[in-house]
Design a protein around this ligand. Structure first.
Ligand code: HEM
Length: 447
């Protein structure tokens, strides 16, 4: 006899302080906190922070549910509503479900396909090569440099426009303010009146206007911008692309990748510094790849050592370690009752540290990702780009970008950390990064 969902117990509640409950540890290091609770309580548990309650679903079953089996149980719309209302973009790709979302993904699929992006690899090289070739005993603050590199590069490749550091900081700060106030409710509403926010918003709006003008000027050239692709969708489905939606889309290449890809770059650099024993092998591969000039798509694809290194960093430091959703209906998970409307955190990367899928999970091992092991190819276990219908639309682009950038850094620079590595921490704002004291000295490498 099966028990009705309504009669099942609720997932166990993590013990915490009065009033604050688990607020402090979850703000300090959410990934570690959630992992520790998962190790203790298993695949489902509840966390309270002040008056909010999150139900965490973890383990391979959660990944299966998200991926194909029960994707209709989850909605993104509730979680993003406050943001999309405030930012006036009701059909924002990441905050919409169902037909509207499926239409946008279908529209964007050819744009983000491997063969279409392959043509843009020289543009990626142009940006990173110019920057690293300019490093001459330069001490670099890693986080601001990387964030700016991300928006320079993805902006140039997808929109034909690089953003300056000031513009990058401005649109990231104004977006993160809205996210922290309205979505995560970590900041009070008064933060929207903060003069820094108001200044950032002004710069961000001016940047968007500049982008619109540039986009019009590009219309009759052979360069297909991301905005042009979205305008194509708007002609076919005007009801799903309001003026506000279009404006939000125009910014997507800049904001979508700055933190997620930026954080990933910061961890890769950190791991390169932590594993000097792997550098000769990586450099040998990189130098061979440059033997006939700047590596193209096929050459990058064949670089197993660098790819293994990058994949291992994304296993150990997934910047999107969990996904926020709401339950679209009542359902059972791991013997517990999940109620319609529950705020959920799907801990999609719990499997990354599970020894059943990644033996000796604490060990940094770049061999995992090649024949015969191919540990990442086991179904549902490797999820640095998320799971399910909202899986990173730009995952292929991000992987190519990581390959191009680290090939270039390894080829053209020698690097050493200015701060002892044990003084560096993980920080979350809200995406994971190496802490802001991360500084690296780059010098020219003779090639
Ligand atoms: C290493 C780099 C990156 C990582 C680790 C990453 C990670 C993720 C994750 C985990 C999600 C799923 C979010 C969810 O389901 O709630 C996601 C979605 C998304 N990412 Fe990325 N991302 C990266 C790079 C980028 C870049 C460069 C862009 C922009 C060009 C981008 C644009 C997006 C968009 C638009 C979505 C939403 C897709 C949808 O809702 O259908 N990402 N990303």
């Amino acid at each position: 006899m099966t028990t009705a969902v309504s009669e099942l117990p609720r997932p166990p509640l993590v013990k915490g302080l009065p009033i604050l409950h688990s607020l402090l540890p979850i703000v300090r290091n959410p990934a570690k906190f959630v992992r520790d609770q998962y190790d203790e309580l298993g695949d489902a548990f509840r966390i309270r922070a002040l008056n909010r309650e999150l139900t965490v679903l973890a383990g391979i079953e959660a990944n299966k549910y998200m991926g194909v089996e029960k994707r209709e149980l989850f909605t993104s719309e509730i979680n993003w509503r406050a943001f999309t209302e405030k930012a006036n973009c009701p059909h924002l790709l990441i905050g919409v479900d169902g037909d509207c979302h499926a239409y946008q993904r279908k529209l964007l699929k050819p744009y983000f396909a491997k063969n279409s992006l392959a043509e843009r690899i020289p543009m990626m090289h142009e940006i990173i090569d110019r920057q690293v070739q300019g490093f001459d005993d330069a001490v670099v603050d890693v986080n601001p440099w990387i964030k700016n590199l991300m928006s320079n590069q993805v902006g140039y490749v997808m929109q034909g426009v690089e953003a300056t550091l000031d513009e990058t900081n401005a649109f990231m700060f104004s977006q993160n303010t809205i996210v922290n106030v309205y979505m995560f409710k970590r900041w009070p509403k008064i933060a929207m009146l903060n003069p820094f926010y108001l200044r950032a918003k002004k710069i961000s709006d001016a940047f968007r206007d500049k982008l619109a003008i540039h986009n019009r000027a590009q219309q009759n050239t052979s360069f297909e911008s991301y905005t042009a692709k979205v305008i194509e969708g708007r002609k076919e489905k005007p009801e799903w692309f309001s003026e506000g939606d279009l404006e939000a889309h125009m910014m997507l290449p800049y904001v979508g990748g700055v933190d997620t890809a930026g954080g990933t770059h910061s961890f890769i650099l950190y791991e390169l510094l932590s594993h000097p024993e792997l550098l000769p092998r990586l450099r040998e591969e990189v130098d061979a790849a440059y033997a006939n000039g700047t590596p193209d798509y096929e050459t990058l694809e064949s670089m197993e050592n660098l790819r293994g290194f990058i994949y291992e960093c994304m296993r150990l430091h997934p910047t999107g370690f969990a996904l926020n959703r709401n339950a679209a209906e009542d359902f059972e998970y791991g013997g517990y009752r999940i109620r319609k409307g529950d705020e959920l955190m799907i801990f999609t990367t719990a499997t990354h540290m599970d020894e059943r899928y990644f033996p000796e999970p604490e060990k940094f091992d770049i061999e995992r990702y090649r024949e015969p092991r191919n540990e990442h190819r086991q179904r549902h276990v490797y999820a640095p780009f998320g799971r399910g219908p909202h899986t990173c639309v730009a995952a292929t682009l991000a992987e190519q970008q990581l390959m191009v950038n680290f090939a270039s850094i390894l080829r053209y620079t020698n690097f050493e950390t200015v701060v002892p590595l044990n003084k560096l921490k993980k920080k979350f704002s809200p995406v994971a990064f190496v802490s802001d004291n991360f500084r690296v000295k780059f010098s020219r490498r003779a090639v």
